[in-house]
Design a binder for this molecule. Structure first.
Ligand code: LLP
Length: 419
């Protein structure tokens, strides 16, 4: 179900609020607008999908780290996937059960690892040096580290190379031919390490269930090898995140969490494993949109541009990955349809939100929506061009509230040595 969408007159709604009214009341733009019901319903889809099996749904905090949204997920029993000490501290603050969190990363620092060992997080082993660092940290902390080995299954997720992570030439995970070395080393240090599982993550924006199914099959072979090597209690199969969402808004083209989990459920249960799944985008992505205002419309002879106050500093995905986000007006318009590039005010040609979009010619000041901006948008926002990071607004039924205020010039100034 979709909680952000148009009525038949052409007004955009977020739950029970007309977005034009929210824009009027918020005052400043651009801002991110989120639907609480959408977030809950996306999480619930994973809960339903994993019913009847042992599972941890580890929301990938990197996708959207708004503390308010994190609290909603933590309250519903979500686990979390962390990629830095900052995310770990934030997860703790949001109230996640840290036993259900996984620290991941190819370049964890000693401080981050020590923190994770102290707090009892699961830790993914990414390389030889990473394993040595984990051993050192657990020695220092005086507590056993619970580790999973991140194995590179060498599967092509058929997505943009920048969001592909499980191929043999990826910087993540261990070479699967090198597993024995890791098992021996972990055995030697068994007073500091508890090997509890295996992990893989193939990539992001994945559109076929078969890719997860193939990965699970390969990973289960590694589970057998590891158990046969004496680690009989290996408990977790972590298949990572990566399920795509329908950015193109074409309808049922993306598998549901239910379909994803159903494709591996029997095998995982048979192997008496607890499944860990790490969704980010498929929980947060369609939960939020970017609302901007039109600054003006111009033509350069060849092309027409809608210039909005939103930009690549709020939504960098089109510039960085050539990603598509659906763009529209937030209210009906009688303007004639024409082909536009929708661009921001940043001094750089890469600053576009969408190219060659058929849209009604908008009035200055009218509202524009960039859809599906709940994941990897605010989280990747920058102050490029000295732009303050935008506000984040949460809608719950007929109510809205600001869940992160817009940055001010003073906020940015505070970081300088002003002497
Ligand atoms: N687990 C691991 C180990 C990951 O590296 C990631 C994402 C996830 C889980 C969550 O993946 P998701 O379910 O959100 O696809 N900035 C890019 C996406 C980078 C994803 C990095 N890893 C984008 O905007 O498309």
């Amino acid at each position: 179900k979709s909680y952000i969408g148009y009525d038949d007159k052409g007004y955009l709604w977020c739950e029970e609020l007309k977005v034009v009214d929210v824009l009027k009341n918020v005052g400043t733009s651009p801002f991110f607008l989120y639907s609480k019901a959408q977030l809950e319903s996306n999480f619930q889809a994973y809960v339903e999908a994993t019913k009847g099996m042992d599972a941890i749904i580890g929301y990938a905090i990197k996708a959207n780290n708004n503390l308010n949204l994190l609290r909603i997920l933590a309250n519903r029993g979500s686990g979390a996937v962390l990629v830095s000490g900052g995310e770990l501290l934030l997860a703790e603050k949001a109230g996640f059960d840290l036993q259900k969190t996984v620290l991941n990363g190819n370049g964890k620092t000693m401080e981050e690892i020590s923190l994770a060992v102290t707090k009892g997080c699961l830790i993914n082993v990414d390389s030889e040096f990473d394993l040595e660092h984990i051993i050192q940290a657990s020695r220092q902390v005086g507590r056993k580290a619970r580790v999973l080995i991140r194995i590179n299954p060498d599967i092509d997720p058929q997505v943009h190379p920048y969001v592909s992570t499980g191929l043999a030439n990826s910087k993540f995970g261990i070479r699967n031919t090198h597993l024995e070395w890791f098992l021996n080393r972990i055995k030697q240090e068994s007073s500091f390490l508890d090997l509890v599982g295996v992990h893989c993550h193939l990539g992001s924006t994945i559109k076929q269930v078969k890719i997860f199914k193939d990965a699970a099959t390969i990973m289960l072979e590694f589970v057998s090898i590891i158990r046969n090597a004496g680690f009989h209690h290996l408990q977790f199969l972590n298949i990572g995140g990566g399920l795509g969402i329908d950015y193109e808004r074409q309808g049922d083209v993306i598998p549901t969490p239910e379909e994803l989990v159903a494709s591996i459920r029997d095998k995982v249960k048979e192997a008496k494993l607890t499944l860990i799944i790490e969704p980010g985008r498929s929980i947060a992505g369609n939960t939020g949109v970017l609302i901007s205002r039109v600054i003006g419309v111009k033509s350069n002879g060849n092309k027409e541009f809608i210039v909005i106050d939103g930009s690549m500093s709020e939504v960098i995905r089109p510039s960085l990955y050539d990603a598509f986000h659906w763009i529209g007006l937030i209210a009906p318009s009688s303007g004639e349809l024409s082909k536009f590039d929708v661009v921001g005010p940043i001094c750089e040609s890469a600053d576009f939100l969408g190219k060659d979009r058929m849209l009604p010619r908008p009035e200055e000041g009218s509202g524009i929506v960039v859809m599906d901006a709940g994941a990897y948008c605010y989280a990747m926002a920058s102050n490029y061009n000295m732009r303050p990071k935008p506000a984040e607004i949460l809608v719950d039924g007929k109510q809205w509230k600001c869940i992160r205020r817009r940055e001010t010039f003073e906020d940015m100034l505070m970081l300088y040595d002003q002497k």
